[in-house]
Design a protein around this ligand. Structure first.
Ligand SMILES: *[C@@H]1O[C@H](CO)[C@@H](O)[C@H](O)[C@H]1NC(C)=O
Ligand SMILES: *[C@@H]1O[C@H](CO)[C@@H](O)[C@H](O)[C@H]1NC(C)=O
Ligand SMILES: *[C@@H]1O[C@H](CO)[C@@H](O)[C@H](O)[C@H]1NC(C)=O
Ligand SMILES: *[C@@H]1O[C@H](CO)[C@@H](O)[C@H](O)[C@H]1NC(C)=O
Length: 512
């Protein structure tokens, strides 16, 4: 009786905040712009065997096709209908992906673009990914259907009809975000069409949603839509499981709209996390890793159980959205691996790893004029498949950060230390820091410009451990550095500031 009561309470409390990942799988990866067929393969051949909990996918619904510039990545944030066909694949391929990923315990989180439809200047015709007709000027989307009545124009009070002032919350939510036609989410009809779309995905088997542009919707309108959502498909999820919800609310402080206004609906994306961590790892503004001792709420972030965290996302890795220059990405690989390693070792928040494609960056006056470039594509405009090289890296300009040894092994580290407290913090007052996760794992960073040689207290059982950053345990051997923990838990760590990766991570599953 008591146990059931407890489960009931836990179920109620966690609902939409629970990622629904399988026990012991604690991170998801954003396979940005991947084709559904490639994601299905990746779930089976890589993500499941390496303990990833799930995949955030690009928006699955029909979107505008933009010819000039050709297929920018942001065309997928311009919906035309809720039919499931995009450059990532059609509905058959989508269903196949969800089924195959779910069957290996890697769950799918859809990017739900429901604040708006396409841009007001998108013209009229069938230039959309399934060929559905639309007329942006008359706000006619017969494939949903939406008509001019279903948009917010009358409510917006700015002269341009666009958001002009982020200090004015009503205009941020009622006006057009960069001219994107803003849906009237207070209308039951509009809410029901969005809920119908999301429920369609839930029945197919998705485990949750990233709510795009949540900041531009009233929290109560988002809630009204979420209240119409079904429980997850019981083929893979327990009865009564709710979709995991994480809302894109860019809140770097200083604006009337805050992440906390959305806690009633689900988690929020904590954008301060990557901006601050990038500043610290880059040692800008006098920041030091020693200051990370109270990382998390102590830095003004939202509560851990309301946070979805990431070092970079598809927007801010190319200068869009928020965070600015400090954001670390694969372009700064050495610092990036340290930042992702720190994130995955630290207990704060639910973690999302980014997986990107390379684009031809071209800076003019400090601005990347190619920040619009879409995924690697063939001459007919189709997205290139993700090829896998003999050394397990990806080809065709897919970066596959999630396959980098250091990052993949830290995803495993996070699973191994799941539930363990943040413990045994040490720092040298500068950029050499270390911490443990109870008696299951320990990580040490040397981001100073000199050699590090220290004896540190861990709580790990005595033994020889294989560093999962410079290598990994393979069979009974170790391809990287070895660390000896004595019976009192003490261990000596030596990290050169010129090491390829100036950090060391050990955990009980990498004990030799
Ligand atoms: C979906 O795409 C696959 C692969 O391109 C193709 O074989 C199949 O015919 C398509 N199905 C539909 C219903 O269009
Ligand atoms: C293209 O648009 C026309 C209206 O101009 C419409 O009748 C037709 O059904 C559309 N084609 C598709 C594939 O939706
Ligand atoms: C759940 O998924 C299974 C397997 O794909 C499917 O047969 C079933 O119809 C789905 N359930 C609902 C309620 O759609
Ligand atoms: C840590 O940094 C300080 C300077 O803040 C330096 O004096 C000290 O030697 C460093 N500690 C180690 C173990 O390198």
């Amino acid at each position: 009786m008591g146990v059931y009561f407890l489960l009931f309470i836990v179920g109620l409390c966690w609902a939409q905040y629970n990622p629904n990942t399988q026990p012991g799988r604690t991170s998801i990866v954003h396979l940005f712009e991947w084709r559904w067929a490639d994601i299905a393969l990746e779930c089976e051949r890589y993500l499941a065997p390496h303990g990833f909990g799930g995949v955030q996918i690009s928006p699955p619904n029909e979107n505008l096709v933009i010819a000039d510039p050709s297929h920018p990545w942001w065309e997928r944030y311009q919906p035309v209908s809720y039919k499931l066909c995009t450059r990532s694949g059609n509905e058959t391929e989508f269903r196949d992906m969800v089924t195959r990923c779910n069957n290996v315990g890697v769950y799918v989180y859809a990017d739900a673009v429901v604040n708006h439809m396409c841009g007001g200047n998108a013209g009229a015709g069938n230039h959309s990914t399934c060929g559905s007709y639309f007329n942006a000027e008359s706000e006619d989307f017969p494939a949903v259907p939406y008509s001019a009545w279903d948009f917010n124009d009358a409510k917006c009070k700015t002269r341009s009809g666009d958001i002009e002032d982020y200090q004015d919350a009503p205009q941020v939510r009622n006006c057009r975000l960069v001219n994107l036609l803003d849906l009237a989410l207070e209308k039951n009809y509009v809410r029901s069409k969005i809920a119908e779309y999301m429920n369609y995905l839930i029945d197919i088997g998705v485990a949750g949603f990233r709510i795009d542009a949540a900041k531009h919707m009233w929290p109560g309108d988002v809630k009204a839509i979420l209240d119409e959502l079904k429980d997850l498909n019981t083929t893979w999820f327990s009865a009564g499981a709710k979709p995991f919800i994480y809302q894109e609310v860019i809140d770097l402080g200083g604006e009337p709209i805050t992440g906390s206004q959305y806690f009633g609906n689900g988690r929020v994306t904590e954008f301060k996390y990557g901006a601050k961590l990038g500043t610290v790892i880059r040692k800008w503004n006098g920041e030091k890793m020693a200051y990370l001792k109270n990382w998390g709420e102590g830095w003004g972030f939202v509560p851990s159980d309301r946070a979805l965290v990431f070092v970079d996302n598809h927007d801010n890795q190319r200068g869009h959205g928020a965070g600015g220059e400090s954001i670390l990405t694969f372009w700064d690989a050495r610092l990036y691996k340290m930042a992702v390693g720190f994130m995955l070792a630290h207990p704060y928040g639910f973690t999302r790893v980014m997986s990107s494609y390379r684009w031809p960056r071209y800076f003019q006056n400090g601005v990347d004029i190619n920040d619009w470039v879409g995924p690697p594509s063939n001459s007919d405009g189709s997205t290139k498949s993700v090829t896998i090289n003999a050394d397990t890296t990806c080809g065709n300009d897919w970066v596959c950060e999630h396959r980098w040894r250091q990052i993949r092994n830290m995803v495993v580290f996070r699973n191994v230390v799941d539930g363990q407290p943040f413990s045994n913090w040490w720092d040298n007052g500068s950029n050499q820091v270390a911490f443990g996760r109870g008696n299951r794992g320990f990580i040490v960073f040397n981001n100073d410009d000199w050699y590090m040689n220290v004896d540190l207290q861990t709580e790990l059982p005595a033994g020889t451990y294989c560093d999962v950053i410079s290598g990994q345990k393979e069979g009974s051997g170790c391809t990287g550095k070895q660390v000896y923990v004595s019976s009192d838990g003490k261990a000596n760590f030596q990290i050169s500031n010129s090491d390829e990766d100036p950090f060391v991570a050990i955990h009980v599953d990498a004990k030799l």
